[in-house]
Design a protein around this ligand. Sequence first.
Ligand code: ITT
Length: 197
Amino acid sequence: MKLLLATKNKHKVEEMRALLSDLAQVEVVSAADFPGVEEPEETGETFEDNARLKARYYAEVTGLTALADDSGLVVDALDGRPGVMSSRYGADDAARIARLLEELRDTHDAQRTARFECAMVLVRPGAGGDAAATRGTLEGSIAREARGTNGFGYDPVFHLPARGLRLAELSSDEKNAVSHRGNALREMVKALREMVG
Ligand code: ITT
């Protein structure tokens, strides 16, 4: 079976490929392999809405079974922002992190709790509904300064209290073992195994 990862985010593709590599019957491609295909506009109000929208769009356009991730950072002191706006919170990762830290400047350490959330939806071409939908979360807090060079996005300011480290200080395997995306994808792998038999 050919499975299309419905994203052009190369970091997501790398993380997802690592966890899908056990599925010998599944050949993984991504939206980046279809440079002529425009990205859909993410108009949903929830991570799940946007994941479904991306999976349906790419399944229809490519004719392949499509797996979409929609994810983001939910900060309690900011009423859940940046949330579904996480990738649009600034021009690049540095600007997004700078905006987040500025907005939390006067927020005390105990109030800086946050989580990464991920919704994944699997869609088969021509099918009406979802073939599967899963979720994953990762709890942590927002540090006052960036640290670490691994991962992407908000990882350098996402502090893991249990480890005393930023997410960007974990190796990719360590991140996948605990992350929102890893947790959602491990559930999704169960559905994929049933599908390929
Ligand atoms: P696609 O829509 O093509 O999948 P995207 O990067 O635009 O790529 P999203 O709309 O799902 O993806 O936005 C996710 C954003 O949330 C991402 O750009 C980061 O800013 C943030 N994010 C999600 N997962 C993250 C992670 O594991 N580490 C750090 N930041 C993350």
